[in-house]
Design a binder for this molecule. Sequence first.
Ligand SMILES: Cc1cc2nc3c(=O)[nH]c(=O)nc-3n(C[C@H](O)[C@H](O)[C@H](O)COP(=O)(O)O)c2cc1C
Length: 175
Amino acid sequence: MKKGVIVQASSRSNGNTSLIVSFVNEELGFDIIDLNKKTIGHFDYEFNNQNDDFNSLFKHIVSNYEIIIFATPIYWYTMSGILKVFLDRISDFLKIEKEFGRLLRGKKMSVISCGSDHEIFDGFTMPFVQSANYLGMDYLGHVHTWLENDEIPNKVNLEIKKFVAKQLNKSTKNT
Ligand SMILES: Cc1cc2nc3c(=O)[nH]c(=O)nc-3n(C[C@H](O)[C@H](O)[C@H](O)COP(=O)(O)O)c2cc1C
């Protein structure tokens, strides 16, 4: 089982979130999955979209990684639509092929956000904390980031270092 994966959920593959992800991953060395390159339909109560990219992607993630880091831009004060659709589709594995959904139990979830505001509003992390709780996952925390003149400011750099340490410490302690 590999240590972790960063699920990048921006509407552009080489934008600001990607820059942050690359920086974070210099130390983590996790695999990166770019959801922008996948075809993932909205949740469907009839499960008519089982042949899009989600089914095999989810099985790959739960079979291979202990830590799942969601990296999302802030779009309208919340996670990107791409990430919300990904989370919605986890419901597929709570209804059918439940054995794969159960594999999330005991795994770790973390979140990186990238916005233009330096401030993150109350409530941003709530869906992640509650979803991790519902899915039996251990929530490892969140770091909010932004760029200034296309560069990572010192303050963000320091927060990222703390975030990275948390991923590595907790994962070695608990696995
Ligand atoms: C549709 C849209 C909505 C946005 N809403 C917010 C927002 O609510 N708060 C914020 O700080 N930045 C907001 N932004 C700015 C982005 O979060 C910011 O530019 C981010 O770095 C973009 O990352 P990306 O290049 O990976 O998309 C928004 C951008 C877009 C395109």
